[in-house]
Design a protein around this ligand. Structure first.
Ligand SMILES: [Zn+2]
Length: 127
């Protein structure tokens, strides 16, 4: 099939060759984007057929799949994961709590050791 405007082969469904199609799209005030450019472009773009293409819609679809996957998970696995997370949190919290509780004793032990060393040194120097 020949292009409506020139003698080139029409490659678009609107009956235009690539050159004329591009020229007409530019005349309409829209730049023709390649698939890759469109995918990299954030936000709304207008397709050649006039429909809007929104990258956010695709992201929504992906997140919907994620939601479906998490909802489709058996309750037992969810409970098991929850239990493991709870255990890990409990270990971390108790370890921190132990450190906080033990800190005064550790400091006291350190002070006593230093004081003992100092007294010993003083006693030794007297002899
Ligand atoms: Zn043409």
């Amino acid at each position: 099939m020949k292009c409506r405007y020139c003698e080139n082969e029409a490659v678009y469904p609107d009956g235009l060759c690539e050159r004329c199609h591009r020229a007409e799209a530019e005349a309409r005030g829209a730049t023709v984007m390649s698939e890759e450019e469109r995918d990299n472009f954030k936000g709304k773009t207008i397709n050649e057929d006039g429909s809007t293409y929104n990258t956010n819609e695709r992201e929504d679809e992906t997140s919907r799949i994620h939601v479906y996957v998490s909802n489709g998970m058996p309750l037992r696995i969810k409970l098991a994961i929850g239990f493991i997370v709870f255990c890990l949190l409990a270990i971390v919290v108790s370890a921190l709590g132990f450190l906080i509780l033990a800190l005064p004793y550790l400091v006291a032990a350190g002070v006593v050791y230093v004081a003992y060393s100092v007294i010993k040194a003083i006693l030794k120097s007297r002899h």
